[in-house]
Design a protein around this ligand. Structure first.
Ligand code: ADP
Length: 471
């Protein structure tokens, strides 16, 4: 899960929890108060009713003390210990509320039309808003002993308006919670995005810093906050990386340079010795050494070339006639092509552009050399073409031969990568040829890609985007 979503989730959950706790507290406080008043009232009525039936007044007759409550408003029943009903309010005729022995206060739902209820003047207008559902009663069940007589009392108060208001309150609280959640999600998502935005831009900048652009640094922000410290630490890490990278490159360059001359001297010495009279065993040994020395020398030259290209030493700006340059290279390889019976097909449109002629020559040599080296042993073919489109100058070179597996295609440009180590080593390859080609192409702001079809045709495409000074 993304950090932004996590922060949003945490903040929204926290806000929702706080909102639920707060609204529960408010709800409790709002509900507790009216029920306390109702219960006190029920207790009071029970007391008065018990007194009324005890003063030997006729059964069901309203006592003076009871008249201080709207008698019709309540459901009142007083029963003697012999089970004789001593007092019953008019509402007992419409609805029966069974006695609750275990609980003093309870709720009962009963079907009773609102017309049968005594309503306070202010409740009349409210009546139409109450749904025609069962009426809720708050019930008091009590027993009183007065002057040795036992009275079973049951007093109930219909509270449809209170229940209606409470359900409205619950509805508003729930709607409020949903709204708070939506607002919390939107606000925290926005804020998380704002907080994380500098991290995203730092991340983008880091992604852009490659081994070719290690000199780039992340700009420091104005505020000296945690991000400022992070950026500074990253920049100093890049300083150290760049330093050791450069040291490494310098070392490879210097080592290759130092090895080049002794290797050349050794090769010349071997060639001189082989030119003279020698016993066969010595000759065979020297020839083997010379082959190894040539391979070593090629490796050292390639390493030196890579080191030079990486240091991006001055790129010359010369007019290159690519079609002519390719023709010249193919001419050089003519004998090799013939000896391997490779059929060459070329389609060279005249294209001219400005670049480093020596490096472009090296690029073409490496590509043609590979197309011959890795060609099919029989019925080999090479297709080479140049063309100028509206967007770029394109060079394609394709050859028959063993296919490069799909997963290896992006790796062929990596240093020292060889698809088949043994096969490549037989041709004196060290896995640096295409690395050099790619670096030359990139120095000219171009791109190179490779495909290898199931029919065994490998195709390299080099594109130099326009405008590159061309004609
Ligand atoms: P090397 O110097 O060993 O030839 P490269 O960097 O030139 O190394 O090539 C890397 C690998 O890509 C080679 O080992 C080879 O397997 C494969 N490869 C390169 N060019 C071709 C090609 N034209 N046809 C088929 N495979 C190729």
């Amino acid at each position: 899960m993304k950090a932004r979503s996590k922060i949003t989730l945490w903040t929204a959950s926290f806000t929702l929890t706080v909102a639920i706790c707060f609204s529960s507290l408010v709800f409790y406080e709002l509900v507790e108060q009216p029920f306390r008043v109702i219960d006190d009232e029920l207790q009071d009525i029970a007391e008065v009713a018990a007194q009324a039936v005890n003063s030997d007044t006729p059964q069901g007759k309203q006592d003076n003390t009871l008249s201080r409550y709207p008698y019709d408003k309540y459901w009142i029943k007083v029963v003697s210990d012999q089970g004789i009903t001593l007092l019953a309010s008019p509402m007992t005729r419409y609805v029966d509320i069974p006695a609750h022995s275990d609980k003093k206060f309870s709720f009962v739902r009963k079907n009773l039309p609102l017309e049968k209820l005594w309503l306070a003047p202010e409740d009349h207008s409210e009546r139409k808003n109450i749904p025609a559902s069962p009426v809720v009663f708050r019930v008091l069940t009590d027993r009183k002993v007065i002057n040795g007589k036992v009275f079973e009392l049951q007093v109930a108060n219909p509270i449809p308006f209170l229940v209606h208001e409470l359900s409205e309150l619950v509805y508003y609280i729930l709607a409020g919670l949903v709204l708070i959640t939506i607002i919390a999600i939107a606000v925290s998502y926005y804020l998380a995005g704002k907080i994380l935005q500098p991290l995203a831009s730092i991340n983008n900048l880091i992604k852009n810093i490659s081994d070719n652009s290690l000199d780039q640094r992340i700009p420091l922000g104005k505020n000296k906050d945690e991000l400022y410290i992070l950026t500074r630490s990253l920049n100093s890490m890049f300083d150290r990386l760049q330093f050791s990278f450069n040291r490494q490159k310098e070392f490879i360059g210097n080592a290759s340079h130092e090895l080049k001359s002794p290797l050349t001297i050794l090769m010349l010495g071997h060639e001189e010795m082989l030119a003279g009279e020698l016993p066969q065993t010595v000759r065979t040994g020297l020839e083997k050494h010379l082959t190894t020395l040539r391979r070593l020398s090629k490796l050292v030259r390639n390493l030196l070339e890579i080191s030079r290209l990486e240091q991006q030493e001055t790129l010359r700006h010369e007019t290159i006639h690519l079609h002519e340059l390719i023709d010249h290279v193919l001419d050089e390889f003519k004998d090799l092509l013939q000896s391997r019976n490779i059929v060459l097909e070329k389609d060279l449109s005249p294209v001219t552009f400005v670049g480093d002629a020596e490096k472009i020559l090296q690029m073409v040599i490496n590509l043609v050399d590979n197309a011959i080296k890795y060609n099919a042993p029989e019925n080999g073919q090479i297709w080479i073409a140049t063309q100028k489109t509206r967007e770029c100058i394109r060079l394609t070179i394709a050859n028959t031969g063993p296919i490069i597996p799909e997963q290896d295609l992006p790796k062929v440009f990596e240093q020292f990568f060889r698809v088949e180590r043994s096969r490549s080593a037989n041709f004196g390859g060290s896995g640096l040829g295409l690395t050099i080609v790619q670096q030359i192409v990139e120095l000219h702001q171009g791109t190179i890609s490779v495909t290898s079809s199931a029919e065994g045709i490998t195709r390299f495409t080099v594109d130099f985007p326009l405008p590159i000074s061309s004609s």
